[in-house]
Structures are given as structure tokens and as C-alpha cells.
Design a protein around this ligand. Sequence first.
Ligand SMILES: NC(=O)c1ccc[n+]([C@@H]2O[C@H](COP(=O)([O-])OP(=O)(O)OC[C@H]3O[C@@H](n4cnc5c(N)ncnc54)[C@H](O)[C@@H]3O)[C@@H](O)[C@H]2O)c1
Length: 260
Amino acid sequence: MKHTPERPGVLSIAGKNVLYTGAAGGLGLATTLHFLRAGARVVAIDNDRAKVEALRESVKAEGLEGLTMCEADLSDLAGLRRRLDGAAGKIGGLDVVINNAAIYPSKNFEDYTIEEFQAVQRVNVDAGIVCVQAALPGMREKGWGRIINIASVTAYGGWAKLAPYVQSKGALIGLTRAWAREFGVYGVTVNAVAPGAFPTDAEKIHPDPEGYTRFVLDHQAVKRRGDPDDIAHALMFLASEEAGFITGQVLNVDGGWVMH
Ligand SMILES: NC(=O)c1ccc[n+]([C@@H]2O[C@H](COP(=O)([O-])OP(=O)(O)OC[C@H]3O[C@@H](n4cnc5c(N)ncnc54)[C@H](O)[C@@H]3O)[C@@H](O)[C@H]2O)c1
């Protein structure tokens, strides 16, 4: 079946139900606002009370509608599933899942316990699996869905001291391809977005901020720092009707840091 956009030149997002994990974070807040401005409903999951309040305030300040805030800990996988089933039932299913939340502890590989590795996989990967399992039956029924996993350029080049995090991003890229292959027949596309370096909390793990900015700009082809809006635009496109022929891809949004 061919899908034709209702308004050529305008991404078709309005009316879609978007599940967004880590929605109150540095990249999540800007992206959530973009989706709401475009007329989508967003089920936003985050467990950082201060950031959640800031998201609520931003939404209120703009007079936006359509936000369902869900203050939940993604590492409680059974609780997450219950809440998602409840939320999806209320709003008529989830059309778009964006697995964005992540934790990123940093230390030498030999100092991590296996439990610490598993805790990172639980939030960064397993919670995403639960989100997709909750959303997929409704997507199959509608014959339409978009799943987007947030990866990272670190999955290509590696990064010292971030082994569990880099492992989790590699897993998300693998799942992107496996799910894309399996779900295409249902009308569901699956892609990943790999951010380069964005000045959010995730960057505070670097001890020398100015040196890090110089390092980033040296590596990027585009000589400015990334802005959360840059990620939001890529996500809006991949979530839209218009991106229906793109699946199994990893889109690097990194100012040309990584090219291949
Ligand atoms: N900022 C960057 O430069 C950069 C680079 C590469 C990849 N990324 C990826 O982009 C995504 C967003 O990163 P960000 O920069 O916005 O980071 P961030 O830390 O600002 O946002 C992550 C959000 O996830 C939430 N979260 C973490 N654990 C949770 C849990 N157990 N339950 C519920 N919520 C939880 C946090 O509260 C936070 O709001 C992540 O997947 C990250 O790996 C970011």
C-alpha cells in the first residue's frame, strides 16, 4: 500500500501516539516539545524529578497539549510493562517508540562488576525491549509503526572507560536490524539514530569541557556544536509517514564526525 502525505512538504506526525523514554533529558526535552508542537501525543517516561518538572514547565509555557508524563524507573521491567499496557490502552495504542533513555557510568573496565554491566543493559537495552513488546501488538493491528533506538557514535569507534554503555549501544544497533527484518511485514519500520557529541548531562563525564569541545570540533566536518533540535529533526523525520521506506538503518547525527 502506498502512503501519501496529507500535506506535501509537512511531515505527517499529527495524531500519532509517541512513547519516549528519557523524555526529560538533554535531548529528550527538546524532542518532546517538537513532537507536541507537531500535534503528536507523547507518553514521556523519566525518573528524574527535577528534569520532569522542567519538562512539564516547558510544555505549560508553550501551552502545548498531548503530554502524558509517566514518572517511572525503567529498570523495573515488570512495573514498566504494567504501566505501558495501561497507558497504551487509554490512548488507543502506541504508534511510535523511541528508546532514548540511557545511563553512562564511566570507569576502567576492570573496576566494573558484572552487576554494574547488567544494570546498564537493563536501562539502556532491556527497557527498550519491554517498550517494543508492549507497543508491537497494537502496531501490528494498525499495520503501521515506527521504532527508533538511540545509539551513539561510540558504538563505532569505541570509547575508553564506557564499556557497558558502548556494549548497550552495540546491542541496540543489532536489535534495530533484527527488528527491522522481522517487523517490516507488519508495516513497522525500525531505525537507529546515533548522536555524536551534544552538550547535555551525558557530556559532564568528561573532565575538561573546553578541551572536549575542541576535540569534538576537530573531528566534526561541521564546525559548530550539535543542538538537541538537530536530534529532534532526525527523529521527527524517521517517525513520520514520509520515512516509510527507510528501515534497518543507523543515521549518524554528528556533524560529520563518523562517515561510512
Ligand atoms: N548527549 C550526547 O552527546 C549523546 C551522544 C551519544 C548518544 N547519546 C544518547 O542520547 C540519548 C539521550 O541522551 P542525553 O544526552 O539526553 O542524556 P540525559 O542523561 O540528559 O538523558 C537521559 C534521560 O534518561 C533518564 N533515565 C535514565 N535512567 C532512567 C531510568 N532508570 N528510568 C527512567 N528514566 C531514566 C534520565 O533521567 C534522563 O532524563 C541516550 O541514549 C544517550 O546515550 C547522547
